[in-house]
Design a protein around this ligand. Sequence first.
Ligand code: FAD
Length: 387
Amino acid sequence: MPIERVAIIGAGVAGLTAALSFARHGIACDIFEEAAELMEVGAGLQISPNASRVLARLGVLAALEAVWAEPERVALVSGTSLRPLAHVPVGRFARERWGAPYGVLHRATLQKALLAAVERNPLCTLHLDAPVRDDVHQALAEMTHKDYPLIVGADGVWSNLRAAIPGAPEPDFSGNIAWRFTVARSEVPTWLATNQVTAFLGPSTHLVAYPLKEMDGFNIVAIASGLTPGQTWDAEASDAQRHMLTSQFHRWDRRIADLLKQAPNPTFWPLYEVSAGRWHNGRDKVLIGDAAHAMMPFAAQGAAMAIEDAFVLANRVAGGLSLTEALPAYETVRRERAAKVRARGLFNRFAYHARGPIRLGRDIVLSLRPPQSLAADLDWIYGFTAE
Ligand SMILES: Cc1cc2nc3c(=O)[nH]c(=O)nc-3n(C[C@H](O)[C@H](O)[C@H](O)COP(=O)(O)OP(=O)(O)OC[C@H]3O[C@@H](n4cnc5c(N)ncnc54)[C@H](O)[C@@H]3O)c2cc1C
């Protein structure tokens, strides 16, 4: 007998996608979000074809295509000389090769599109200002007086539901800090290409820039090794943190260093990872998205993995298995995929942040790789169909 109702904790990308994925199978969802309103938290996201394919299945893609930008390529460029090193074509090429688009947008745009679809769906109910902590069953019963056969933890890197899952993973600081900010299009320097995602690479640092069409601006993320300020997701950078940013990039091309010096209100994001540990309790609780496997953004796949997780979990649970069979089946397939993607991110970190002779070798290898061959390396990520 398939279950009739699910409780989902968290209305981020993972939670809202999960609600739509369960509703697709006729399973009702209550989504509990601790925030009183869904605000513009976060910055830009790259949505690769493996994720946009799922969003299409959920009826959300058309709303995104109307507002997002589809860059022509993802370019790797030297951060010290601004010399192009290599690129992967996306744009029309992505649609042809991987059968789905590659788009860039603000996280809030994605969340709004998912939210609109959730609000239209009679099987989904969103509860705002609804934190779920400590005794999960009691907290849920107090809010809705319902009993839930399955509780999905989509509550992010600082998940509370993990405490109810024996052997669940813990977050660890990665030793990397991201500074994120947006720049109005009118302020964007002319050397920043508007039709591509550009990853500028430098010793122990990199910086990613891409247009946000719907905000008429640019998303900038600068990543370097640094210290943690504790549990925060979106802290405005203090003077000391701003100083850390400019000192980490001071050997870069002057134009980039100046861009960072003048950054309007950068936010300071310590990057945490969630790795080894169980994602379910074998009975009625399961983790998805960053709660299960937060990863560093070197492959730009965290939200994409959350989207895939949500879709696969709903398919498994609705697919005729009992929960005691469906939860381990979900964890097995998703753990393997997330681990592979995480490993690719670690490889990118090694390559992006290379120094000295390794950096020279990297640049030679990249200059010998045609765009089509770099794209072929990504088939297993972008060509993947979550089922
Ligand atoms: C610098 C940077 C760049 C990135 N770039 C990309 C990219 O280009 N592409 C990509 O795919 N990914 C990217 N990511 C990763 C991506 O942002 C995350 O993986 C993704 O947002 C995780 O979504 P989530 O829904 O699992 O968690 P979250 O977005 O953290 O959502 C969790 C939700 O749960 C709520 N919540 C938490 N605790 C409770 C509670 N106790 N009760 C109720 N509600 C609760 C929170 O308020 C929140 O709304 C990037 C990340 C960073 C840091």
